[in-house]
Every structure is written in structure tokens, then in C-alpha cells.
Design a protein around this ligand. Structure first.
Ligand SMILES: C[S@@+](CC[C@H](N)C(=O)[O-])C[C@H]1O[C@@H](n2cnc3c(N)ncnc32)[C@H](O)[C@@H]1O
Length: 183
């Protein structure tokens, strides 16, 4: 009997949608970087696909990668000085020592099928990056980063809201006043 009506979303459909959203958001971020210098941070190397995409779209730009267990496709291993081996939990508290200070884009692709673990890790990452990232830095993430400092930017047309996220780091006026008052 032929299939009729609305087909259920399979895990294959969902995987493809996630990757289409990831590429669209990364390309949107690359467009926003036009004319701006600065380094990129890739959090989670995996197979190295998004690392490869970023280095192709941003030739000549430094891309530092954090990965606890680097086993990418052999053509996608970052050069040694730009690979920081360790967990996000270990590295982020040492960000000032281990990561470039001139970041203009962070890509965090860290999710698994475990929603609770994803939410916990997103919180650790959001908090760990918050004090380190310069104002104006873009953050593309597979997980929502629900903190005030991450201002959501529009997602490219055709991408389902919530599939992938794009933020710009903003500091509230109040935070600046507090910093100014203490100096
Ligand atoms: C979904 S994969 C990234 C896929 C990659 N974007 C690609 O295109 O191939 C997630 C990666 O994040 C790494 N990862 C997950 N949690 C981590 C953590 N807490 N610290 C460091 N790396 C982590 C995993 O080892 C895995 O390689």
C-alpha cells in the first residue's frame, strides 16, 4: 500500500535538517565577519566536517579547536598549535591562557541524543565563555545558550527555529557602568 499523508520525521530526516541548519548558520556567520579580522574557536572537532567548512570559507584565518578525543578524518586534523586537547570543562576556566583573545566567532557543536546532558553542557559552555569572549563575538551553537550576554541573531530563511542558534555577545550598559565604577 502506498504511503499517503504526512510522513513522520525520521532520525535521518532530523540529522539532515541539523546539518543543513548548521551549514546555513555557519555561512551566515562567515558573511557577518566580512571585513573583520580575528580568530575562530571550534568547540568539538568530531569528524572535522564543520572545521573543514570554516577553514575553507575563512582562508588564512586562525581556527583553534577544543576536543577531548581528537579523531577526525585524516584530512581534517588541525595543526598542532591550534588543537587544544581536553574537555570544555577543563579548558574554559583556563581560556585566557590557552585560547586566542581576539575571537570573532565561536562554533559549538556538542550535542548528543541525551537532552539532559546537552542542557548541562550548554550551561557549562555558556558560562565558561561568558567572561572571556569579546563584545561583538559571534557564537553559532547547536544548543541554545540562554544567557543575557548572548543576543540571538536572525536565523537564515528556510531554517526551522531552534534547529541551530546564532548569537552576538553583548554587554549590558549596566555591566559597563559597574566596570567603570570599579576602576
Ligand atoms: C557532534 S561532534 C562535532 C562534529 C563536528 N562539528 C563535525 O562537523 O564533524 C561533537 C564533538 O564534541 C566533542 N565533545 C563533546 N563533549 C565534549 C566536552 N565536554 N569537552 C570536549 N569535547 C567534547 C566530542 O568528542 C565530539 O568529537
Amino acid at each position: 500500500m502506498p504511503c499517503t499523508g504526512v510522513l513522520p520525521l525520521t532520525r535521518l530526516d532530523s540529522f539532515i535538517r541539523r546539518l543543513v541548519a548548521q551549514r546555513a548558520v555557519l555561512d551566515a556567520a562567515v558573511d557577518l565577519l566580512e571585513g573583520r579580522g580575528g580568530s575562530v574557536l571550534e568547540m568539538g572537532l568530531g569528524n572535522g566536517r564543520s572545521f573543514d567548512h570554516l577553514r575553507a570559507r575563512l582562508p588564512g584565518r586562525r581556527i583553534v579547536v577544543i576536543e577531548r578525543d581528537p579523531k577526525p578524518h585524516p584530512a581534517c586534523m588541525p595543526p598542532c598549535p591550534d588543537l587544544v586537547v581536553g574537555t570544555f570543562e577543563e579548558i574554559l576556566p583556563r581560556a585566557a591562557e590557552l585560547l586566542p583573545a581576539d575571537l570573532v566567532l565561536v562554533h559549538a557543536d556538542m550535542g548528543t541524543g541525551d537532552d539532559q546532558r546537552n542542557a548541562r553542557l550548554a550551561d557549562v559552555v555558556a558560562q565558561g565563555l561568558e567572561g572571556f569572549l569579546p563584545e561583538g563575538c559571534l557564537v553559532a551553537s547547536d544548543q541554545a545558550l540562554p544567557r543575557e550576554v548572548y543576543k540571538p541573531l536572525p536565523i537564515p530563511d528556510g531554517i526551522e527555529p531552534g534547529r541551530y542558534h546564532l548569537y552576538r555577545v553583548t554587554r549590558s550598559t549596566a555591566a559597563h557602568i559597574m566596570v567603570d565604577a570599579s576602576t
